[in-house]
Design a protein around this ligand. Structure first.
Ligand code: SAM
Length: 247
């Protein structure tokens, strides 16, 4: 089981790194704006179907009711690794079968501004990675579960955590993806569709995830929801002294 967990994690790392290059249009041999040509309507339909497969896999397999049934077939220590493997396969399928829509929507020409936009966009991916470590990277990717099983330890209990990032917004990982997808020096029709659909998906996924988190943590999560914004940080309230000193 440990080998299976490691294989799933390794496959995820490779496909995710490729996905960064695919979205950014950097380094990898085929990006979001390259691939088999198709008439616009066909491309839109194929791409929407691919993103739907990804969304359904991601959301259904993460639900407690699905996990309860699924673990009658799949041993619990590899349930998360199997989720990661399926998510990786779904992401690879999106990139493999994506039909490009390369018409430009915007293209920033100022060299320094392009660099800034690339840095911010890659910073979004860095925020994704940092967020996974802020909660529990190896648990999220199913590695901890197989290692605990290998060591004969019982499954770890799920904890509610509010490390620093999670005190700024409730979903920094999703916020990171949105920054990575929307901030682009060059945006094609395909890239814009990808960003728009994933944004809608994030807004829906948050509802499912928070429903489950309330189910697990009850009032602790309800109170957290009232105190911390979902995706966009609140402007810091100025102290009364600063406010009074403003002209
Ligand atoms: C892909 S992660 C995304 C986490 C979060 N939605 C975000 O955008 O940063 C999804 C997993 O994180 C867990 N999760 C979300 N918020 C959490 C928190 N504050 N403490 C512990 N686990 C959390 C969810 O239960 C789910 O299993």
């Amino acid at each position: 089981m440990t080998g299976y967990g490691m294989l799933a994690y390794g496959a995820f790392v490779v496909v995710f790194l490729y996905a960064i290059g695919w979205v950014e249009g950097l380094v990898v041999p085929r990006t979001i704006d390259e691939g088999p040509a198709a008439p616009t309507a066909v491309a839109v339909l194929v791409d929407l179907a691919l993103l739907s497969i990804f969304a359904v896999q991601h959301s259904v397999m993460a639900r407690p009711w699905f996990k309860r049934r699924w673990t009658r077939l799949v041993p619990p220590p590899i349930e998360r690794a199997t989720y990661v493997l399926c998510a990786t396969a779904a992401l690879a399928l999106v990139m493999w079968q994506w039909r490009p829509l390369p018409q430009q929507v915007w293209d920033v020409e100022t060299p320094w501004l392009r660099v800034v936009l690339y840095v911010v966009s890659l910073g979004g991916f860095a925020l994704v990675l940092t967020s996974t470590f802020a909660i529990d990277h190896f648990d999220l990717f199913g590695v901890r579960q197989v290692i605990r099983n290998q060591l004969g330890m019982p499954a770890a209990t799920v904890e509610f955590l509010t490390p620093r990032l999670y005190r700024i917004v409730r979903h920094p990982l999703y916020a990171g993806f949105l920054i990575a997808f929307w901030v682009a020096p060059t945006m094609s029709v395909g890239g814009l569709m990808f960003a728009a659909v994933t944004t809608v998906y994030v807004l829906v996924a948050v509802q499912f995830e928070e429903h489950d988190l309330i189910g697990t943590f009850g009032d602790r999560y309800r109170i957290y929801r009232t105190q911390v914004p979902m995706l966009v940080p609140r402007r810091r309230r100025m102290s009364p002294v600063r406010e009074l000193s403003r002209p």
